[in-house]
Write a protein that binds this ligand. Sequence first.
Ligand SMILES: [Zn+2]
Length: 79
Amino acid sequence: MILTDIMKFIESEYKVINNTPCEICGGDYEADQLEILLIDDVPFDVCQCSCCNCGHEKTFEFYAPFVTENDLKNITNLN
Ligand SMILES: [Zn+2]
């Protein structure tokens, strides 16, 4: 998978996160940490988020069968 495709995938995740209001106060979630976890041998992109208003934490999971840990390292190294 090429890097621009992965970036698009991450971008679409952030869109989901940005469009999800906080359960507690209705504020916006901010992504704290992004990592790939294997759940039953299937890679999931797990994003730890917290509300920038009240600090409420939420974990978003995205099914990411095509993203490898190496791919993600390449992305996080860009920041
Ligand atoms: Zn909140």
